[in-house]
Design a protein around this ligand. Structure first.
Ligand code: ZN
Length: 354
């Protein structure tokens, strides 16, 4: 069977009151009494063109907030068999750990009821309170009982590098449940968007986001997360791929001289990355010419590292079809558009209703 799987679709909480049914009264009262009417992240300014494709703007509703509209536009019109939902609700920046735990749980229960139950072509990522990795792990175990959840979602601009050992309860829980961990650009702590400080403009954020993703990948490899949890898979979402060959070269080169420092990394970092890490192709930030695209893919090592994504409803990428897929053989296209994701997320063909 030839799959078409979209690995980065953003569903949005329409209004914080949509979560009240899934929150203890203490916390729904807290939201009302404190005038908290939304935790929608502001790193996609609502009226900017790239925040939503024109067709995703339907009336007053927040783009991505209506499961029927997303189902029609992404699944039906996009001829997609399965869409992986990554809900970017700003829970990780909350300083109150108890509130963050309650909100993450509510978002996951809301996703289960309003998305997974509504259309069996949706799968979702588990939103976790990274303020407490132990309680995040508890939420992973709880939510993973619903097979519709196929991934754990972390944000790239975290308080500390994600490979650090304090985060390992999250990776352990993900590995125990057979769930990949997706890392997506987004603010999860007090650190600025750029390593050198806060930028002035949105364009700086978008152009430089891959820097944080590269730092997270280096941290995950060097801290030994993939040796500790041999089945752990990580998906770098919306981070581009053109930087990967040079990063792997630098890691391998320096590992040869400095491997005593990280003795648990017992094979070249590029091998670890190819075995454990996948990358979505929205954006595919490669060159234009076919021969140059194929050379980049060759330098990465394989099309098996790549996962198709649209990043719906966001609208700031070249389409994967024109930027990448048209240059690939039919066999390689099939891997990127769905085969790789089906294997990664352990999707069975009989789960799909066309
Ligand atoms: Zn995205």
């Amino acid at each position: 069977m030839t799959w078409r799987i979209d690995c980065d679709v953003h569903n949005a909480v329409p209004d914080i009151s949509a979560l009240f049914a899934y929150l203890p009264t203490r916390w729904s009262d807290y939201c009302v009494e404190h005038g908290v009417d939304s935790l929608a992240p502001n790193y996609y300014p609502p009226n900017m063109a790239f925040t939503a494709k024109p067709e995703a703007r339907t009336g007053e509703a927040e783009p991505g907030s209506d499961a029927a509209v997303v189902g029609k536009q992404v699944l039906d019109e996009g001829e997609i068999d399965i869409a992986i939902l990554n809900c970017l609700y700003a829970i990780q920046p909350i300083h109150n750990e108890d509130w963050a735990v309650a909100m993450a749980r509510a978002v996951n229960d809301w996703q289960a009821a309003h998305w997974l139950e509504v259309d069996n072509r949706f799968r979702a990522s588990i939103v976790v309170p990274t303020q407490s990795p132990e309680r995040a792990a508890e939420e992973i175990h709880r939510a993973a009982e619903n097979r519709g959840f196929v991934q754990v979602l972390l944000l790239a601009f975290s308080e500390m590098p994600l490979g650090r050992r304090c985060y390992w309860p999250i990776f352990q829980a993900a590995a125990e449940n057979g769930l990949p961990v997706g890392v997506h650009p987004g603010i999860a702590g007090a650190n600025p968007l750029l390593p050198t400080g806060w930028p002035s403009y949105c364009i700086e954020d978008y152009a430089a986001a891959s820097g944080a993703m590269q730092s997270q990948l280096v941290s995950l490899v060097c801290e030994g997360a993939f040796q500790k949890y041999a089945t752990l898979k990580v998906v770098m979402l919306e981070s581009g791929v053109s930087w990967l060959p040079s990063l792997m070269w630098r890691l391998d080169k320096n590992w040869k001289g400095l491997r005593r420092e990280i003795p648990w990394v017992n094979e070249p970092p590029s091998t670890v990355i190819r075995d454990h890490v996948r990358f979505t192709v929205a954006p595919f930030d490669g060159p234009e010419r076919a021969d140059e695209v194929l050379r980049l893919v060759d330098q990465m090592g394989s099309t098996e590292l790549l996962l198709y994504a649209s990043d719906y409803p966001h609208w700031h990428h070249r389409d994967a079809e024109t930027s990448l897929l048209r240059h690939l053989s039919s066999e390689e296209r099939a891997k990127v558009t769905g085969g790789n994701a089906a294997e990664l997320y352990r999707l069975d063909a009989d789960q799909v209703v066309r």
